[in-house]
Design a protein around this ligand. Sequence first.
Ligand code: AMP
Length: 543
Amino acid sequence: MLGLMQDRPLLITTIMEYAATYHPDHEIVTRAVEGGIHRTNYGEIAQRAARLAHALTRLGIHQGECISTLAWNSYRHLELYLAVPGMGAILNTVNPRLFPEQISYILNNSAARILFLDLTFLPQIEKLADKIPAVEKIVIMTDRAHMPATSLDNILCYEELVAAEDTRFDWPELDENTAAGLCYTSGTTGDPKGALYSHRSTVLHSLSACTRDSLGLSSAEVVLPIVPMFHVNAWGTPYAATLSGARLVLPGAEMTGENFYNLMRDEGCTIALGVPTIWLALLQYVATLKDQDLTSLPIKNFIIGGSAAAPSLIDSLEKTFDATVIHAWGMTETSPLGSVNRPLAKYAHLSDQQKMAIKVKQGRPPFGIEMKIVDDDGHDLPHDGVAFGRLMVRGPWVAKGYFKQPELNILDDDGYFDTGDVSTLDPDGYMTIVDRSKDVIKSGGEWISSIDLENIALGHPQVAEAAVIGIAHPKWQERPLLIIVPNAGETPTKQDILDYLQGKIAKWWTPDDVVFIEEMPHTATGKTQKRALRTLFSDFTFG
Ligand code: AMP
């Protein structure tokens, strides 16, 4: 027998309409790409999303086709986030930091006829123009006064496009499983792969993100997503903030510690989200400020994901701002929130050191996400915090396949997706990433976690960034090489670093060598680019 409750579909338009009805005056603040601060609110955003949907309809866009963006975190991008899926089309956010070949691959794969572009990215697209034949029109996300000179002839101006349109749109009542968003994995091997989110998965993910044990967004919070809207939907914050009515502060194109700090201070941000390198930039900037009481800022939570949050980073952020760091894990294929680290009440009495040992874990899955770890034969491993294996996840916001790649079966027999991460699960359900499976160092039949070694090396006061890669070894198969970027003006020696590690790691984990470089290569999503390091040190041998 079926229940007798109403079958209202879970649609992105319902998120928008709720915000417009119940939080119309809650602000969306943007550091505008053209300069200055721009202020709008959910009421206006919903009206402008309606105008945009009319304009797209006029341009011949119909349900099921993709619209691509190369754009920063801004109110116009939020309008696209709401209007495009709302009318039944698919929003494909493209990461402008990818290689040109990857960007053209994505634009050809999504076959978007219209590309929305922030001013910053026009030169990139001018160079790619003859490689993206499907793109018929490029909309520059600005007003007439800021329209740039360009060699392209198929250019439209965003503000002109929407200006004359109606502020009401008859949003279709779609099937909640209709595709809504398309994000590509950063593709460290092969071509990028598209995760195709649905309205249902997006709404469920947003509801989950708002819970107290997850990101904890609510109408009382002021949220600063520094994680870009071109990378896994800024971890879902544009939708979760709209759903909750949180005040949304968007940093635009200025990815500097100064911009992050000024927005946190001037807009009273309470929750900020980003990858570890962002927080390094913030900490470096605030270290230059004199006589500022940073602990009195209203910031409560820094949410860190994308790469492991080292204890030294957690400690610095918490002490500098008198805030709490929340470590989270996820991936493009998981929308992305797969686990969030909130402490259980029973940990309240633990010492700071014991609490830190828990905080560095990647956290517990929220309701909806199921996790298991398996060995190479697919057998379940115990959740004892010690055994480690391939992390497998399933849930209503986890991918079951890739866009236009029906031949790829990415699930096991029980419907779990193989994340490619190697993890432990402890008896309380906290997951710890040991490594990406391809980054783990295989030494003498045992595994060394590059993340653990990096986290410990980062605790050295002269170390800014650290990365560990495996180097082929005639006897042990692989041994760790520790690569370090020192803090500005510091010149630690190999022996300083090895002395520091001693006693903190098992002796056989000790790196066989330590080398120093000036700048760490990063991927388009802010992770350490291990592949580039492997290339850089491809001829390296231990002396
Ligand atoms: P992406 O799909 O580009 O967001 O990358 C997802 C991958 O980033 C995951 O599979 C992990 O390897 C890594 N990752 C994400 N969050 C964390 C974290 N908190 N700690 C360690 N690795 C992480």
